[in-house]
Design a protein around this ligand. Structure first.
Ligand SMILES: Cc1ncc(COP(=O)(O)O)c(C=O)c1O
Length: 387
């Protein structure tokens, strides 16, 4: 019998051979410019869209909260870990999202696990967009419900699946902004399908919260269906600059999660400092709409310039700060990312299994503090695709 260490090593060697080996490479701190291996790089690889991870206002709120409440919650939420800062933040976040109630989980990943596994169980049906985030896929599998996948934005197929479904509970699950493609779900269409079928609709607003909508509430606000989605999961780890998953829904759903979601019940509550960071981020989202406007302007400009240069960029008019450049082959993608790094630019090379085979890409992600000169430098370094 082969030793388990040999087996693990072989697995990694195979990844290396396929150009898919991943490893940790540290940066000094998050920001528009990060230092890695002794070199400064302009950061096009973060989800810190509003540049809040390093924002003074958030840091001050966290420091003050740490003085008042300490740095840990000390227990799971149901035992003794849910305190006044949690309750205050949840009430505020529910209002921000045009929802009746909210619940804070330690991360977006656990929020997705908690929401989906509480809503459906074996015998029920989950209907998933093919490009949904891994956390939603894991959540659906963990629920034990039957999972059916519809093509990306393929709502005609979704409608057929809903019409044929006999399960007692049906749950439609979608990303709002798709994390590797930067395109958006059509939430009004999904609300209509939900209304006609008696299904529930869960939307993961991870990459839309703080970015889209007149007040930054997300895609539902941007598409004029705020308050009409049954369950929304937001994460504070992207535009809001810190960490935490927030589920918003009617009280019945929140009570169901608190009672049935193992991913919520059996983990320590987020510390009060996390509530302070998220609260301060909401203040900035409210007070500084110019950050959202700048992000939208940068995204439009970058997409237009890349397309003009001949790069394959899906959806020229997508309103999001995630701009993928489809390069196809994994090796070529890594080579391009290395070349950009040599030119002082940090860009994520996204490869299988995160995306489908031959759909590797550079994922350019924008931040509101990128300068025009940063974009020019990126476009100059990319040049034109090889013929
Ligand atoms: C669409 C989507 N949902 C959920 C998550 C998980 O959120 P978190 O990083 O806060 O756990 C992510 C990011 O990792 C994401 O991109």
């Amino acid at each position: 019998m082969t030793d388990w260490r040999d087996q693990l090593a072989k697995q990694l060697q195979q990844r290396q051979h396929d150009g898919l080996l991943r490893s940790l490479r540290d940066v000094d701190r998050p920001g528009r410019v990060v230092r890695r291996d002794g070199r400064d790089l302009i950061n096009f690889a973060s989800n810190d869209y509003l540049a809040l991870a390093g924002c003074e206002r958030l840091a001050a709120a966290v420091a003050e909260s740490a003085q008042r409440f300490g740095v840990g919650s000390g227990a799971s939420a149901l035992i003794a870990g849910h305190a006044a800062p949690h309750a205050e933040l949840e009430a505020r976040f529910a209002k921000f999202k045009h929802a009746a109630a909210a619940l804070l989980c330690p991360t977006g990943y656990t929020a997705n696990l908690a929401a989906v596994t509480a809503l459906v169980r074996p015998g029920d049906l989950v209907l998933m967009d093919k490009l949904n985030h891994a956390s939603l896929i894991d959540a659906a599998r963990l629920s034990g419900a039957t999972v059916r996948v519809f093509p990306h934005l393929g709502y005609a197929k979704l409608q057929r699946l809903l019409e044929a479904a006999t399960a007692p509970r049906k749950l439609i699950v979608t990303d709002a902004v798709f994390s590797m493609d930067g395109d958006c779900a059509d939430l009004p269409a999904l609300c209509e399908l939900r209304d006609r079928s008696g299904a529930m609709l869960l939307v993961d607003e991870a990459h839309a919260t703080g970015v889209l909508g007149a007040t930054g509430a997300g895609l539902a606000e941007h598409q004029a269906v705020a308050g009409h989605v049954d369950v929304t999961v937001s994460t504070a780890s992207k535009a809001l600059g810190s960490l935490g998953g927030l589920i918003t829904a009617e009280q019945l759903v929140i009570d169901t999660i608190v009672n049935h979601a193992r991913a919520y019940i059996y983990t320590t509550a987020a510390p009060p400092t996390q509530c302070a960071a998220i609260g301060a981020a909401l203040d900035v989202v409210r007070d500084e709409p110019q950050r959202r406007a700048r992000l939208a302007e940068l995204a439009q400009h970058l997409r237009a310039e890349l397309i003009a240069a001949g790069w394959q960029v899906p959806l020229a008019n997508a309103p999001t700060p995630i701009v993928p450049v489809i390069t196809g082959d994994a090796g070529r993608t890594v080579h391009l990312a290395d070349r950009l790094e040599q030119a002082g630019l940090l860009v994520a090379a996204v490869r299988p299994p995160t995306v489908a085979a031959n759909a590797s890409r550079l994922r350019l992600s924008l931040r509101s503090d990128h300068t025009d000169a940063d974009l020019t430098r990126l476009l100059d370094a990319l040049g034109k695709p090889a013929a």
